[in-house]
Design a protein around this ligand. Sequence first.
Ligand SMILES: Cc1cc2nc3c(=O)[nH]c(=O)nc-3n(C[C@H](O)[C@H](O)[C@H](O)COP(=O)(O)OP(=O)(O)OC[C@H]3O[C@@H](n4cnc5c(N)ncnc54)[C@H](O)[C@@H]3O)c2cc1C
Length: 299
Amino acid sequence: MITVVGSGLAGSVLALELAQRGLTVSLIDPGSGATPNATALSYGLLPPPAAAGWRRLQRRHGDLGLRRRWLQLGPRGLPLPALQVDPRRFAAAAAAALQRCGVERLTRPLLQPEALAPLHERGPVVLACGAGCRSLAPGIDRRLRCSWAGILELPPGSSPVWPRGIARLPARFARQQLEQEAAALQQERWIVDAGLVPCGDRLLAGQITLVRPQLEPGPAPDPAVMEERLRTALAPRWPQLASAPGHYQQAAVSFCSDGAPLVGPAGEGLWVLAGFSGAFAQLPAAAAALAVQLASSSG
Ligand SMILES: Cc1cc2nc3c(=O)[nH]c(=O)nc-3n(C[C@H](O)[C@H](O)[C@H](O)COP(=O)(O)OP(=O)(O)OC[C@H]3O[C@@H](n4cnc5c(N)ncnc54)[C@H](O)[C@@H]3O)c2cc1C
């Protein structure tokens, strides 16, 4: 039995890959009733060359939400072909696929480190719980850090700035720069990337990122303050967003300070799959590689 902790993008794709290889899998997560995970808030964008892994998964499990999308980088960039995995479609379709594959789903409150011991008795444990990994394994690689990220979700059809199907993002993400500087921070810092991304029937506006000097996520920042910062920063480009109806949501997101995710062993019987930059592009291949390693070490 392999236990996967976390049923966001990383844990769900890994559980599918493990079950596909005939392994018995248990997937543990507190579920969506608590706070949104990073996957639920994501734009889900990926470059076309990274589509092969998703097509392979979809051939096996049906539609997981992969869609064609046009993407404009910078205010004057030409729209380019891109791909998007609609996170809501993914969550629903992955849940059904996991059930078909016989993966056991356990809805538990956030696990504490001591809860891992009984899980280890059943077999290997994989931490695929994003920003929650360090709370379960405090000694995990110090490259694994986390930010708080927030978006404004505009209700279907109501937006005064609906971009007719084209996703708009900055040519360069300030978030990536902030992540690279994370290890040297003396105090918390936040930045806004002005994106406008259709996602299923929703429109996701902006992305505010807050990074703290410490390795743990810490308490969630005040949502009212974060929303105000986000709207104010988006207003010069899209003035309507200063007051348009919208729902602010935020989640803790894991990343690695050097841009290379943690994929592999993390201690005796403990494995990790976390800290992605470009998770939607990288995860199908990374999860498949980890599943091969786990299958060979379990068999
Ligand atoms: C606004 C925004 C836009 C983004 N856009 C893109 C994009 O366009 N392209 C891209 O590739 N990436 C994007 N990302 C990043 C991407 O969404 C994340 O890297 C990815 O979804 C992380 O997936 P995950 O499974 O590792 O973590 P999560 O989705 O956060 O899942 C972790 C799960 O672990 C569970 N968990 C945590 N702690 C515990 C515990 N102690 N016990 C049990 N369960 C636990 C949580 O409940 C959660 O369900 C974006 C992120 C945000 C916030």
